[in-house]
Design a protein around this ligand. Structure first.
Ligand code: SF4
Ligand code: SF4
Length: 222
């Protein structure tokens, strides 16, 4: 079970990292209006996620995004953990949200394009508005409901969601669905055993499912 013990170590490191980086979103929200430089944490995470997606899909969303960490560590314990409605994950809804939010951000930046402090406040506003949407969704539906239609997550999935997909060994899977209960995105896993790999572009490459699988049916391609 070297695969499982390695995954358990990866998960432990991921969770420890999340406890640290979630402070970025709290500090940004608390101080960003008065110290607009904090707002630049938003484009920093956006750019990191986009670059990372060329290699490992939504890995940054799952392991290095401060707001993703905020949802996983602080919202999950108080979430009702219901299934995210299918229409929220639909391409039409996601690209509509992408167009509206990115359009709003660019419009606001262009109102005063030469002042970096203005840019910082625009980014802070984006962080505030989207977190205000994400928190009630996290409590009422699923911790990562926001991540199911986050504009940057949508772009990352479109760029690299198909790269290095999780593999499922059909002979080993006994359909217990422990992996699905642990998955931070609430993805279906066991029903794809026959296909041999996970088709979802929203997989965060977090290895939570690999660590919990009792039969070692889940693996990352080497
Ligand atoms: S935890 Fe493992 S055995 Fe259980 S459903 Fe998931 S992949 Fe299959
Ligand atoms: S399928 Fe596995 S690796 Fe992908 S997000 Fe869910 S738990 Fe993480």
């Amino acid at each position: 079970m070297a695969n499982a013990s390695h995954a358990a170590a990866v998960v432990a490191r991921r969770r420890a990292t999340q406890w640290i980086i979630l402070s970025v979103v709290i500090v940004t929200l608390a101080l960003g209006w008065w110290i607009p430089w904090f707002g630049f944490s938003v484009p920093l995470v956006m750019i990191t996620g986009m670059v990372g997606s060329f290699f490992r899909g939504r890995y940054v969303c799952g392991n290095l995004c401060p707001r993703g960490a905020f949802y996983d560590r602080l919202m999950a314990p108080i979430s009702r953990r219901r299934a995210v409605p299918k229409w929220i994950r639909s391409p039409g809804f996601r690209w509509t949200i992408f167009t509206l939010l990115m359009g709003f951000m660019v419009y606001r930046v262009l109102l005063n394009p030469t002042d970096p402090l203005h840019w910082g406040r625009v980014f802070w506003t984006m962080c505030l508005v989207t977190t205000a949407i994400g928190i009630p969704l996290a409590i009422l539906i699923h911790p990562r409901t926001w991540c199911s239609f986050c504009p940057i997550g949508t772009v990352q999935g479109a760029i690299g969601g198909g790269k290095r997909r999780l593999t499922i060994e059909a002979e080993s899977c006994r359909a217990c669905r422990l992996c699905e209960r642990r998955c931070p995105m609430g993805l279906t896993i066991a029903e794809h055993a026959a296909a041999g790999e996970l088709p979802h572009w929203d997989c965060l490459r977090c290895s939570e499912c690999v660590a919990v699988c009792p039969t070692g049916a889940l693996r990352w391609p080497t």
